[in-house]
Design a protein around this ligand. Structure first.
Ligand code: ADP
Ligand code: MG
Length: 224
């Protein structure tokens, strides 16, 4: 069974005086431990596809199954809970909370899941250690480099042990050397945590790292 199964997905944004047909009959099957690249020009629908798979955007038509659960059938409350447990998200902007330490940022999703403090800290410290950030645990995000901030964002996205990680241009705002480290970090996650990853990237150098690459053009997949 696929970890992610997208069938006949369509998304139209209704702007009153006109419509934007952002996704056109998208079909996609992804297995666990697959590293999928999503490429395509600006405005081709990459972010819309990522946000629809995560449940942040409701599709106009079609069905999205994650680990056998049809998320298009879930209520808003069920979806929020499902996303918190099963879907990790990383964005171009790291969206860390500036007033919280690295450790506190990583434990945040566990607070929402009502995990006890002792376990929260244990899990966060273990993950920060894996990411080579344990010595930075008491630092604020502003005291970290761009690459470290992005890796911290990935750690936070993974703290609940999600089955899928969705990353929308996570290397878009950092230098090439940090981008390489972030890519290696994500590749490692795919291998060691059995997580499947869909990542949007503009960088042609990343292509060889993906198991498969899907290209969007004007809302539809090319060559698939
Ligand atoms: P990409 O991430 O590939 O640059 P997007 O998914 O952001 O592309 O956008 C795809 C198309 O959908 C674009 O034409 C964009 O203007 C439109 N779009 C995206 N989000 C919205 C929205 N919330 N409302 C209206 N149009 C949108
Ligand atoms: Mg985008």
């Amino acid at each position: 069974m696929s970890m992610i199964s997208v069938k006949n997905l369509d998304k139209t944004f209704d702007m009153k005086s006109f419509e934007v047909h952002a996704l056109k009959d998208i079909n996609l099957e992804v297995n666990s431990s697959e590293f999928i690249g999503l490429i395509g020009p600006s405005g081709s629908g990459k972010t819309t596809l990522i946000n629809t798979i995560s449940g942040l955007i409701k599709p106009t038509k079609g069905r999205i199954m994650i680990d056998g659960v049809n998320i298009t059938d879930l209520s808003t409350k069920e979806l929020r809970e499902f996303r918190l447990k099963n879907v990790g998200m990383v964005f171009q902007e790291h969206l860390l909370i500036g007033s919280l330490t690295a450790l506190e940022n990583v434990t945040l999703p566990l607070i929402f899941l009502k995990i006890a403090e002792k376990e929260r800290i244990e899990r966060a410290e273990k993950l920060l250690d894996e990411f080579g950030l344990l010595d930075k645990k008491d630092h604020l995000p502003s005291e970290l480099s761009g690459g470290q901030q992005q890796r911290l964002g990935i750690a936070r996205a993974l703290i609940t042990g999600p089955k899928i990680l969705l990353a929308d241009e996570p290397t878009g705002n950092i230098d090439m050397k940090s981008a390489k480290i972030v890519m290696e970090t994500i590749q490692d996650v795919v291998k060691t945590k059995n997580t499947c990853v869909i990542m949007v990237s503009h960088n042609p150098q990343h292509r060889s790292r993906f198991d498969r690459v899907f290209e969007l053009q004007d809302g539809a997949f090319v060559n698939n």
